[in-house]
Design a protein. Structure first.
Length: 199
């Protein structure tokens, strides 16, 4: 099960790249990467853009970073770059390689590894699975290997895979609201939020 962390944004509303922001003494990019690994994802790739050098330095292995050309236009470029890198490494039809990729966002610090693992449990080459929080679809999103090319081709702007996902009847929602919160960190004040977590 591959993992793809989108961490290229400039964080304009936040005041700087959110990947570099610390919560409980840990940079968000390192926290999200750790969560993917703890959920059983591997290999993991991190799409970087804004402050790419600084973000890459925070990774346990700099080779995990993939520079997303055109990252300024939104997460679509990050998704496209990450999927392309994974597809190059694991060509479709190859005997080995991940059956799916779990796409996670760097600014979701209250999504725990248990939530990611719950989504991963539904993985297959044709699966399309999305975490939900109190019934509201969110991240992470899992794409079976069959769909990587289509998703990459449709990814644009700040919409990522939103247009590709819209209206599909095969998207499986996995409720994760009992495990954590899908609220993102948009502004510095959000870091002080007390998220709902499992009791």
């Amino acid at each position: 099960m591959a993992g793809l962390l989108l961490a290229a944004g400039a964080g304009r509303r936040f005041g700087g790249p959110k990947a570099l922001v610390e919560l409980d003494g840990e940079p968000l990019v390192r926290r999200a990467l750790r969560t993917l690994v703890e959920a059983g994802c591997g290999p993991v790739r991190v799409a970087v853009g804004a402050a790419a050098e600084d973000v890459t330095k925070l990774l346990s292995d700099p080779s995990l970073a993939i520079y997303a050309e055109g990252w300024e236009g939104g997460m679509g470029a990050s998704l496209k770059a990450g999927l392309a890198a994974l597809a190059d490494q694991f060509p479709e039809g190859a005997e080995s390689g991940p059956v799916a990729v779990l796409v996670h966002l760097v600014d979701l610090p209250w999504v725990p590894a248990a939530a990611l693992a719950r989504v991963v449990a539904k993985a297959s080459p044709t699966a399309v699975v999305r975490a939900a929080y109190d019934g509201v679809p969110g991240h992470p999103v899992l794409f079976g290997r069959r769909w990587w090319g289509e998703v990459a081709a449709s990814a644009q702007g700040d919409r990522g895979a939103r247009d590709w996902l819209r209206g599909r009847g095969d998207v499986v929602l996995v409720e994760c609201g009992d495990l954590g919160s899908g609220h993102d960190v948009d502004r510095p004040a959000d870091l002080g939020r007390t998220p709902k977590t499992a009791g």
